[in-house]
Design a binder for this molecule. Sequence first.
Ligand SMILES: Cc1cc2nc3c(=O)[nH]c(=O)nc-3n(C[C@H](O)[C@H](O)[C@H](O)COP(=O)(O)OP(=O)(O)OC[C@H]3O[C@@H](n4cnc5c(N)ncnc54)[C@H](O)[C@@H]3O)c2cc1C
Length: 403
Amino acid sequence: MDFNVSEEMSVRLEMIREFMDREVIPLEGEMLFGDPATLEAGVKAAQAKVKQMGLWAPNHPVEFGGLGLSMVDHGLFAEAVGRSPLGMTVFGTQAPDAGNIEILHKYATEEQRERFLRPLVAAEIRSCFSMTEPETAGSNPTLLATTAVTDGDDYVINGQKWFTSSADGAAFAIVMAVTNPEAPPHQRASMIIVPTDTPGFNLVRNVSVMGHSGHGHASHAEVIYQSCRVPRTNLLGPEGSGFLLAQDRLGPGRIHHCMRWLGIAARAFDMMCERANARVMDADGGTLADKQVIQHWVAEMDAEIRGARLQTLHCAWMIDQHGASAARDEISAIKFEVANTMLKSVDRAIQVHGALGVTDDTILSYWYRHERAARIYDGADEVHKTSLGRRILRRYARAAEAR
Ligand SMILES: Cc1cc2nc3c(=O)[nH]c(=O)nc-3n(C[C@H](O)[C@H](O)[C@H](O)COP(=O)(O)OP(=O)(O)OC[C@H]3O[C@@H](n4cnc5c(N)ncnc54)[C@H](O)[C@@H]3O)c2cc1C
């Protein structure tokens, strides 16, 4: 594995870091306390500058206006923009759109590409992904209850979803629904594109999460599909292929989250070190940084973030070289490892900031609230640990049999 970063990528990273500090991080105050319309205008202005700099949509296909970066380069990129909650949106690579773009690019018909994919990559519209249901276990989506029944040239969708992130203001949802109830469990469901202005698409509420129901992109909606009728031409991929598409969406999606979390972990670490150096604790001018426990936290966190970064970039390299399915173990391992490292970094930074850490005067408490979910979505820690542990043990069992 080559640890060198290409000259072109080094230049891009320098531009991104400078832009994040100058244009994006200053918008965070508006995000925390300001007016949503002012924030949106600021984000749009920053997006226009990113497009002018030729840095728009780094991981998306070149023919749709992206940069088509390799997974390793995207990892470096995402860490740099992950330093702010607004970074991914400003650079056109935010979830859930990024995952939807991934599957639309792979499976959409020509008509679907023009209508949904092209404007999505350009950020002219937003989208959402509607799979999880309050009444069935998201960790086992073969239990999904939402149905899409054929009626002439249409599907009629009925069911209740929640945590359809960013549905508020989205132009369309990609909905996972049962189309083939008699088929084997993993061939029962399909993905269907549902424009959100379709009668029967009912956004009931933005679910309140950690004290905030949010709005627009930063929200998690409960949606009831009530006799929601869309043409059968809105089917994405073959009927019954919902699980296949979900895997295609979730594999890269998980690594994208890990890359962004590294940016959070790194900025929280910077804040912890800066605060430790600046906070005077003793009459003789001694600072928090002089305390051995803080020095240990800094050393441990530095080592853990380095480890998480190396694991993530190695996983990205595996995907570039051999494809996402060959990197299943690596993806499972980083999904829980990087999530926990990021949360620990935020928690330690809060502790070092004392009371200031739990206020909204820094970005740390925002992350503490919003990123706790990292250990739940796209496969809870326990699910990834179980599947990784099971695969490793099977390999040992096969090796023992072969001896
Ligand atoms: C902030 C956020 C954003 C989200 N965005 C979206 C979205 O845009 N679209 C969408 O469709 N969904 C979204 N989700 C939903 C997410 O994918 C589900 O929450 C996740 O799949 C877990 O499903 P569940 O909540 O039903 O938990 P359950 O499946 O009920 O699991 C509950 C807990 O049980 C434990 N557990 C589960 N399986 C096992 C096992 N095999 N062994 C041991 N323990 C286990 C885990 O600790 C897990 O957290 C989002 C969730 C959050 C929190």
